[in-house]
Design a protein around this ligand. Structure first.
Ligand SMILES: [Zn+2]
Length: 303
């Protein structure tokens, strides 16, 4: 567990600003967070399109929201976006505030929303952090503890197995950062500006950078919208992932994990020739940078 991120997560949850209702504090923001944490527990994509999830959230709010709150998920999405916990992508222009009638904006832009990368990473790897958030939400919003049925409905009960144990030494984070150092040293020497001659001249590609990205991915496609990684593995037992440059290496995009991403074959095909590829590219860039940064911050805390 990363102690800094743990504190950061708990503080953000403690400091949620919610409206009052005659029955107690409005619950839509904490319910949205629990729902998102349930997605993490089941390794579902970090980000999800508004249109693909608002009905599910509405049903959750109807069941567990305060009786006088209208079940409208656009409000918690926009309120959470103002906190450290929530991201929106894929829209253009400014995000409206949670006051007024933002539903039209949500329908027009159909943004992708979800937990920020560092929060996702923490909830994914630390059972302790996950439990602390559930406790805090239960204490503040449910007079003590979250209803068991609610935790079941969002997929947060009986999730002990999907939580991965912290890595044994040598930790993947250390190994990732060691490889990044190799990459950066080679960059500094100018090695990355050379070309290699095979059938035609190509910029060199760093094996360390590729290995680092595979470690960072922890065996899962890094596209935050991925829905279709195959369960199969290669003959060598490795996950079926391809490491790709976000800005193409052939066009001298940087040969560094910040500009690289591990993708399953489906997502790789979408990035290369899907209609949504232009929309996907900035999202992948943000994701690679956020994951790189999450590991770097972790290192600063650990040493
Ligand atoms: Zn994928």
């Amino acid at each position: 567990m990363n102690p800094t991120h743990h504190e950061r997560l708990l503080n953000a949850v403690k400091n949620l600003k919610v409206a009052g209702t005659p029955d107690g504090p409005a619950r839509h923001q904490p319910l949205t967070l629990l729902w998102a944490m349930g997605r993490v527990a089941h390794h579902r994509p970090r980000l999800v399109a508004w249109r693909d999830c608002h009905a599910e959230l509405r049903a959750l709010f109807r069941e567990y929201g305060q009786p006088s709150s209208r079940p409208r998920p656009e409000f918690p999405w926009l309120a959470l976006y103002r906190t450290d916990l929530w991201e929106l992508h894929g829209h253009t222009g400014n995000v409206p505030t949670a006051s007024g009638e933002p539903i039209k904006w949500m329908e027009r832009h159909n943004p992708y929303g979800g937990l920020t990368a560092w929060a996702y990473e923490l909830v994914d790897t630390s059972e302790e952090s996950r439990a602390a958030v559930i406790d805090e939400i239960g204490h503040r919003f449910f007079n003590g503890t979250c209803p068991e049925q609610l935790l079941k409905d969002v997929g947060l009960l009986a999730t002990a197995s999907p939580v991965r144990q912290p890595a044994q030494p040598p930790s993947p984070v250390e190994e990732y950062l060691r490889l990044v150092q190799l990459v950066e040293a080679a960059e500094a020497r100018g090695d990355h500006n050379r070309t290699t001659t095979s059938t035609r001249e190509q910029p060199v590609r760093s094996d360390a950078a590729r290995k680092a990205v595979l470690i960072r991915s922890r065996g899962r496609c890094e596209n935050p919208l991925c829905t279709g990684q195959p369960n199969d593995v290669t003959d060598g037992g490795d996950p079926i992932l391809e490491v790709d440059h976000i800005d193409d290496r052939a066009g001298w995009g940087r040969d560094h994990p910040e500009n690289m991403i591990a993708l399953c074959p489906n997502c790789h095909a979408i990035k290369t020739r899907g209609r949504s590829r232009d929309r996907l590219r900035p999202l992948l860039r943000t994701e690679a940078q956020a994951r790189h940064e999450a590991l770097r911050t972790q290192r600063r805390v650990n040493v």
